[in-house]
Design a protein around this ligand. Structure first.
Ligand code: NAD
Length: 536
């Protein structure tokens, strides 16, 4: 069950607001946005509570399976027309959206901060991602989706073209940690490929997604092509899984496994970006200052609630205490804050459940002998869900934090003696999402990277280079995912490939065994032997 689902069942009483409200935007805007969802009137409402202060910032209706059925029907109707729209016109919508996102960034940043609690500087990452993703898919789609000639067994006599047909309606189920990126970026690829979308954003962060899809309509997307149904995973999410033609899921590995079984039963395609226990290897020759700076961002951007953030750092034993001291000092200097302005570097945890998980991991580790090198305390005077970024040392395998994803501002430092030992330790996890290597010798860094079982490995960076390499596939090995986002894979997964082959009269004659099958076999044997000497 998610934090959000739990809130639907038994609404948590928000802790007392820590300071007078300065939240933007006001209830009028969230009320307006809530009216845009595809949920019938009169449904029960769910409060959305800001992690920044614990205040109620709006309400969204709790959708049902019937709402999903109606949304699917409407989406299918509109999608038929959209699929017939030339790809270049679909791509033009994405380019206009690119401009609208940049122009409306302040408003989007306010919404993201308001419902997720992150510091503004990390909310801006989401704006960046929207712009580059929209531009990338707008430029890629016309070429990638146009019919391509393919080689046949009888070149010149049989011709074949590969076509890409939209799947139809793509279901998107997204989490709360990147309310803009994870609700919209994958949808952009699906939309430009000619699909409609029925999306269930996480109930804690619905408003950013609603506003972003509104901007997409302003950019020219047909009304009704994207249907947003708010509500819990177990009803709305399940109804989407039961009826979509393809499913894009981002969330925890546990939920991803359940959903994988369900879509498998229906034999529909599925792409899942799941959890991680991502590691960084610092080599003996690394520039320590650069590694410390990189680790600080890699571990604590987005308050550590980033699927690709680093939760384990492996450092050569000889420099471990120097690295830990410098890293701890840098982390202690990070500025926490609830302002909806640039300035603070660390925001709030997104929900009471997230905060509880962080505390659970820290308390368990300390009880079993770990030491706190930096942070370690709650900061209720800033807001109800603030916790210091925390660095642990002396972590052992019996502690929960050793293997389990925390998904919060918590990292453990481990000393290693040989690189082989570090590589084995990094790979000793069920996950395989992201990894990082800090080194001076980049050739050596690349060689280490190639041995790490992770879908992306960043050399001299924590995560942004891999994520930002939009033309390259991004996703998880092992229990961290199925399929990929970004690159051609991230577009073509939303299509069915269809081969249309045309046979000439001569090919028909050649392929007809007639009354003389032995002559037919001899003819083809000769042809095959000759064909082996052709270049392709
Ligand atoms: P979660 O799996 O609990 O929920 C994600 C979404 O799925 C929510 O919208 C939720 O309502 C819905 N959901 C939950 N149970 C469902 C069900 N049975 N049927 C249908 N829908 C259901 O994940 P979370 O705790 O909200 O998000 C944090 C997790 O997401 C972390 O593990 C994190 O690593 C992962 N994540 C992965 C990526 C990635 O790209 N790999 C990105 C962000 C987050």
């Amino acid at each position: 069950m998610t934090a959000t689902d739990a809130q639907v069942d038994a609404p948590e009483a928000p802790t007392r607001p820590a300071r007078p409200s300065t939240l933007r935007p006001g209830r009028l805007e969230t009320d307006r946005l809530a009216r845009r969802v595809a949920v019938a009137e009169g449904r029960e409402l769910q409060q959305v509570i800001s992690p920044l202060t614990g205040e109620v910032i709006g309400e969204v209706p709790i959708g049902t399976a019937e709402d999903v059925a109606a949304a699917m029907a409407e989406c299918r109707r509109v999608q038929k027309r959209w699929a017939a729209t030339p790809v270049k016109d679909r791509a033009a919508v994405l380019l206009r959206y690119h401009d609208l996102v940049l122009d409306h960034q302040d408003e989007l940043l306010d919404l993201i901060q308001l419902e997720n609690g992150k510091a503004r500087v990390w909310a801006f990452e989401e704006i960046l991602d929207q712009a580059v993703t929209a531009r990338y898919y707008a430029r890629l789609a016309p070429g990638a989706l146009k019919p391509h000639r393919r080689l046949t067994a009888l070149p010149g006599l049989v011709s074949a073209t590969e076509h890409h047909v939209p799947k139809g309606v793509v279901g998107v189920i997204s989490p709360w940690n990147y309310p803009l990126v994870l609700a919209v970026s994958d949808a952009l690829a699906a939309l430009v490929a000619g699909n409609g979308i029925v999306i269930k954003p996480d109930s804690q962060t619905p408003f950013t997604a609603i506003r972003a899809f509104e901007l997409l309509e302003q950019a020219g997307l047909p009304e009704g092509l994207v249907q947003i149904v708010t509500g819990p995973g177990r009803s709305v999410g399940q109804a989407i899984i039961a009826s979509a033609d393809y499913l894009m899921f981002t969330g925890s590995t546990a939920t991803g496994r359940t959903i994988g079984g369900q879509v498998g039963e229906r034999l529909v395609g599925y792409s899942a970006e799941l959890g991680g226990k991502n590691a960084m290897v610092v080599t003996a020759d690394a520039d320590l200052e650069r590694a410390v700076e990189g680790a600080t961002v890699a571990c604590f951007a987005n308050t550590g609630q980033l699927c690709i953030s680093i939760e384990r750092i492996y450092v050569p034993r000889g420099i471990a205490s120097r690295f830990t001291k410098a890293f701890a000092a840098r982390v202690e200097a990070l500025r926490l804050g609830a302002e909806q302005e640039y300035g603070p570097e660390v925001g709030a945890l997104a929900s009471p459940d997230q905060l509880a998980k962080v505390r659970e991991h820290i308390d368990d580790a300390i009880a079993k002998g770990a030491t706190v090198a930096a942070g370690g305390r709650l900061r209720p005077e800033i807001g109800p869900l603030f916790h210091e970024p925390t660095v642990l040392a002396d972590v052992t395998a019996d502690m929960a934090v050793y293997r389990e994803e925390t998904f919060g501002p918590l990292v453990s430092i481990y000393a290693y003696d040989t690189v082989d030992e570090a590589v084995d330790a990094v790979n000793d996890t069920e996950y395989g999402l992201n990894a990082s290597v800090y080194c001076s010798d980049v050739k050596h860094g690349r060689a280490i990277a190639a041995r790490l079982m992770a879908g992306t490995v960043n050399v001299n960076d924590g995560y942004s280079s891999g994520w930002g390499s939009l033309d390259a596939p991004m996703g998880g090995m092992k229990a961290s995912g199925v399929g990929r986002r970004h690159g051609r894979d991230g577009l073509l997964k939303y299509t069915e490939s269809q081969t249309i082959a045309v046979r000439s009269a001569l090919a028909a004659k050649l392929q007809d065994p007639g009354d003389d099958a032995p002559a037919y076999a001899r003819r083809f044997t000769k042809l095959l032997k000759a064909a082996k000497h052709l270049p392709r």
